[in-house]
Write a protein that binds this ligand. Sequence first.
Ligand SMILES: Nc1nc2c(c(=O)[nH]1)N[C@H]1C(S)=C(S)[C@@H](COP(=O)(O)OP(=O)(O)OC[C@H]3O[C@@H](n4cnc5c(N)ncnc54)[C@H](O)[C@@H]3O)O[C@H]1N2
Ligand code: MOO
Length: 401
Amino acid sequence: MISISDAFELIDQHARVLPSQQQAALDSIDCLLAEDVASDMDSPPYDKAMMDGYAVVAADLADGIAELEIIEEITAGNVPTKTVGRTQAARIMTGAPIPDGADAVVMIELTQKVGETHVRIEASGVTPGKNIMPKASSLACGVTVLPSGKRLRALEVGILAEVGRDQVSVVPRPRVAVLSTGDELVDVTEKPGPGRIRNSNGPMLVAQIAAAGGTPESLGVARDVREELTAKIARGLEADILVLSGGVSAGVLDLVPSVLAEQRVEQIFHKVQLKPGKPIWFGKRTVDGQTTLVFGLPGNPVSSLVCFELFVRRAIGLLAGRTENELCAAEVTLAAPFVHRGDRPTLFPARWEDAAQRTAAPLTWKGSADLAAMAAADLLLQFPAGDAEYRAGEAISALLL
Ligand SMILES: Nc1nc2c(c(=O)[nH]1)N[C@H]1C(S)=C(S)[C@@H](COP(=O)(O)OP(=O)(O)OC[C@H]3O[C@@H](n4cnc5c(N)ncnc54)[C@H](O)[C@@H]3O)O[C@H]1N2
Ligand code: MOO
């Protein structure tokens, strides 16, 4: 049995960044850019009005007051056809190109029409450049607007669109297949018969994968039958990561490790000093240059949940090129005394007693099969291995859920 930190180190050694690929920018939120993206044009592409009003020659308003002749109206999407001369103005809308001759825009609120042809303006401080965004002042053509390695958010998708990119080279989201194993499992839509329970781990893992930045693929349930496991595991090995739930401890029907060995999946570790989650299995298969990481998570739902958050989330992040993909760690204060027994470091569910003060109370929890109690959990307290009695008010490290 290895320590949690040794397990992290082994995962870090084997989880390599996926090759980059060209894909839709809209499908690339949270992905790392794998190219420098340059602007294909100036932005704005022309000197642009930033207010609805009149394009004027600033010198005409040196005294703060003027009556000017209106020579045309320029709306956004159209181009000016005339040059604005002294004592002239062009009606202009926000976003429209500034006409030749004009060097300032006066907002409409400071103007008054005089008949159909003239406008009276009372505005002080109208200097050249007023209410004009100069051509290329946001972006110049050819300049790198997003560097390789940048993590894409919605705002970067907007910038990509501005420079004409709907496809972009990124490190893709890891594809993560999920296979739940066990004869006792029935689908979520079924009422379990005698000796049966619903497959809660499968949907939970699919949701966890999506939340951790992977693309989940559910392979449903495989019964503890060698042929069925073999076929479904073979399919799962086409993904970047295969997550198996159940069958990794020592039960008579725990066929998973031997089926994996048959399929040339090499074991890297089995069992970690951790509660819940001790029987976790980790391995790797490389065939024709394609590597699949395989996690066998313990069947108990809370063990599955915890192992995913500690180990699988980490691997998804590494494949996606991210260095930080872990749950947030925090130092909290125990709101109630707690007795820890056992030789494994324990992650114990707790809820905020007072989130602002960072005080947390351990939950009443029946162990790794008690998923329902976890609904009240905000965090997992990290108790070190060994018997110890903790007093209320003691500091303890925790992971935020
Ligand atoms: N002799 C030993 N027995 C056990 C050991 C051990 O070291 N030696 N470890 C215990 C620990 S710790 C855990 S955790 C469990 C893990 O067992 P498996 O990974 O082999 O899982 P199963 O036996 O298949 O199932 C355990 C438990 O979880 C339920 N389960 C399984 N899959 C699902 C699912 N998809 N959704 C909901 N619940 C699921 C299953 O019905 C069992 O109740 O082993 C201990 N035993
Ligand atoms: O480690 Mo098991 O996951 O305690 O129940």
